[in-house]
Design a protein around this ligand. Structure first.
Ligand SMILES: NC(=O)c1ccc[n+]([C@@H]2O[C@H](COP(=O)([O-])OP(=O)(O)OC[C@H]3O[C@@H](n4cnc5c(N)ncnc54)[C@H](O)[C@@H]3O)[C@@H](O)[C@H]2O)c1
Length: 408
């Protein structure tokens, strides 16, 4: 333990805990910090509080071998890595762009917490998805509280892992690393090369921050295009799936599948960081965000129209089954999920049941089995979960999840 390089990781969530567990199994002495006592207790027992394949064995091995500890407070280390949330202030809009404002409170808090433990020669890494300039803000905070920033190394490296495959992608993905100066970039890249098999690309902190925001905005813009085409197709009474599949026969066209919106804590959040700081110049990024948010409202109005038509025909309100609540296929994550938003809105005035095969309990809505959901008057397919692909679609059903289901 004496000769091991020590790493203190702030934030034991979907990114911080897998990173901590991986590094602890790779010869580092890791200390994980979180603000939640239950998270700390779970980790110290060798257990996990998040669902991620293989993570449990990495954590239990690390705890058994004493290479991973967890507590509410940081400890002196050689490397500090920050992986705390970076959401936006949902009720606080930028007065110029009417866009949500990034919430850096968690990053600022974590930075202040590690400050007293930082010594000359240490490396401080930020991995939280952050607005451009955040690594500089972090540097200023450290300087303000008395850390001699010229004596340490500070860098940003965005995380690109896919939940469900995190333990493999942490090692195999290429990485971008950008320091506040050349020596910080080199020091950080050297660290990542000790466990990353992919290529480690070196740049500056601002570019590295913008790389992550650009990647997620690229996805958002492309999905917005598919969503816009799907709404236009509906106006023209054209089948959007058929249209997109035919257009994709072109050798250089690859339109994505439309859905009921865009969710999750990355793609539906990060583009706002660009919009918020662009003073009205990020027009396409902003429009994509608004188009994808609007798609969920459009879906709600379509379902309501259908419910009205059903009532006119049958003299009673329909039972509507919302098929899927998660923000994408085959996961249990409901963060910023448009499907959940749609189900909650419909539930205010219609008879709604929900089918979400990836969760077992949900107190806010009437969660039913797939078999019971399929007996509803109208099944609304919101998420392309694999189990729904075998289902035979009825005439009254609505499919917004961008996949062909059963037979028409
Ligand atoms: N989850 C992903 O797939 C993913 C992918 C790429 C990037 N990111 C980014 O990584 C960052 C972390 O995301 P996540 O999914 O791990 O979030 P998370 O919510 O799963 O975990 C964050 C953890 O940090 C803890 N925390 C909050 N404030 C803290 C503080 N001051 N000190 C110590 N711990 C604190 C929280 O209690 C929580 O357990 C975010 O910026 C996110 O956008 C996430």
């Amino acid at each position: 333990m004496k000769n091991k390089i020590k790493i203190c990781i702030m934030g034991m969530g979907y990114i911080g805990l897998p990173t901590a567990a991986l590094l602890a199994n790779r010869g580092y002495q890791v200390h994980g910090v979180d603000i939640k006592q239950d998270v700390i207790d779970t980790i110290n027992l060798g257990d996990v509080h998040i669902v991620e394949p293989e993570l449990d064995s990495y954590v239990s091995n690390a705890i058994i071998s004493n290479s991973l500890t967890a507590s509410l407070v940081p400890t002196e280390s050689d490397i500090f890595l920050i992986a705390v949330p970076t959401p936006f202030h949902s009720n606080n809009l930028n007065a110029n762009t009417s866009s949500p404002i990034p919430n850096l409170d968690y990053v600022i808090d974590a930075t202040k917490k590690i400050a007293p433990y930082i010594k000359k020669g240490n490396l401080v890494l930020l991995e939280s998805t952050s607005p451009v300039g955040t690594t500089n803000i972090l540097t200023e905070i450290l300087s303000t509280v008395g850390v001699v920033v010229d004596d340490i190394y500070i860098a940003y490296s965005p995380e690109r892992v896919l939940p469900g495959d995190i333990m493999r992608e942490l090692i195999e993905n290429d990485r971008v690393v950008g320091g506040i100066n050349e020596s910080s970039t080199k020091k950080a890249a050297e660290f990542y090369r000790t466990f990353v098999k992919g290529e480690v690309f070196e740049t500056n902190a601002k570019t590295a921050e913008m790389v992550k925001l650009t990647e997620n905005s690229f996805r958002d813009v492309n999905i917005a295009f598919a969503n816009e085409i799907s709404m236009l197709s509906d106006d023209m009474e054209i089948d959007a799936s058929e249209l997109i599949s035919l257009a994709n026969q072109h050798p250089r066209v690859n339109i994505l599948s439309p859905g009921c919106g865009v969710g999750g804590h990355c793609i539906s959040v990060d583009p706002w960081f660009i919009v918020n700081s662009a003073n009205g110049k990020a027009k396409m990024v902003e429009q994509a965000r608004r188009t994808n948010d609007y798609k969920a409202e459009w879906v709600i109005s379509k379902i309501k129209d259908n419910a009205i038509n059903f009532e006119k025909k049958h003299g009673r309100k329909p039972i509507i089954a919302c098929m899927g609540l998660a923000f994408k296929a085959d996961i249990d994550d409901l963060r910023q999920s448009p499907a959940l938003h749609i189900a909650l809105e419909l539930n205010k005035e219609l008879n709604v049941v929900v089918v979400e095969p990836n969760i077992s309990k949900f107190s806010i809505l009437d969660l039913v089995s797939l078999e019971i959901g399929l007996e509803s008057d109208i099944c609304v397919y919101l998420v392309p979960h694999t189990v729904f692909k075998k289902v035979k679609i009825k005439n009254a059903d609505l499919n917004f999840c961008g996949m062909v289901i059963g037979e028409k």
